[in-house]
Design a protein around this ligand. Sequence first.
Ligand SMILES: Cc1cc2nc3c(=O)[nH]c(=O)nc-3n(C[C@H](O)[C@H](O)[C@H](O)COP(=O)(O)OP(=O)(O)OC[C@H]3O[C@@H](n4cnc5c(N)ncnc54)[C@H](O)[C@@H]3O)c2cc1C
Length: 277
Amino acid sequence: MDFNDSKEQAEFRAECRSWLEQNAELKTAAPKDKREGMVGEEAFLDSAKEWQRKKFDAGWAMLHWPKEYGGIAASAIERIIWGQEESKFSVPRGIYEIGLGMAGPVMMQYASEEQKARYLPPMAEGKEIWCQLFSEPSAGSDVAGLRSKAVQDGDKWIVNGQKVWTSGAQFCDYGILVVRHDANLDKHKGLTFFFVDMKSPGITVKPIKQITGQSGSGSGFNDVRIPDTQRLGNEGDGWKVSLTTLMNERLAVGDPAGLDFDEIFEITRDLEVMENL
Ligand SMILES: Cc1cc2nc3c(=O)[nH]c(=O)nc-3n(C[C@H](O)[C@H](O)[C@H](O)COP(=O)(O)OP(=O)(O)OC[C@H]3O[C@@H](n4cnc5c(N)ncnc54)[C@H](O)[C@@H]3O)c2cc1C
């Protein structure tokens, strides 16, 4: 198998590279650059928003999205090429992975036309940031075992429960959420999927201190009211919609530059293991 770029891919790579060279600085010390850009820092957030808007204005923000939502309908391999090239530059990346890579595609598949017109452009431009509310304290690998509950009340659902590891919850505007609407059904069948305004009354975001020094977040739901119009898929389709999200995640997250042993050694060299975490 030939892993080298085809002629067209090489041309696309050169185009990406040329724009990046004109608009960003090449990394000089990769490990340090990456760790300086810790998600959650105010300055990082501002610079990430600015970088996303710059890419949006130039048409690079969401190349894998369809043209009607402002993308260029790039192929999966072109998306990887862009990611590989961008990862060589010192730019704030990461906080849009969940929105553009997971929430966006799921909204495209399940939201109404009106909702797509409202939510997709600000997501792409980086004005609104999205998070993923799947994991729970006792439902990580076994996410279908989650216990957060949604009870229908007229045209709304009332949600109670606890989510963990909600990356970026402390600064996100919206989230995609899977919850249990019927505890009597088989676990994969009793789930329903929504999107939620993270500023909704009843949502509490708390930091989780990690061994890396970075901050993760947990999100508590206490009688949070979500309009039925924000249900993505039918009642009971939560597992199906979650799988759509997770399939998109495979291309959305991770380091496109690939394994970097120098970086791993650099991180372990000055890692402080804290007591009383
Ligand atoms: C940096 C980071 C960011 C994250 N961001 C998000 C996010 O934005 N949104 C979100 O919803 N979640 C997020 N997660 C959560 C992540 O998806 C979960 O951590 C993951 O699903 C694993 O769950 P867990 O940590 O509870 O581990 P567990 O499920 O408790 O697993 C612990 C270990 O046991 C093993 N194990 C589990 N079950 C079995 C089994 N049946 N047989 C054999 N071995 C088993 C696992 O492989 C693992 O090694 C994030 C996690 C991290 C670390």
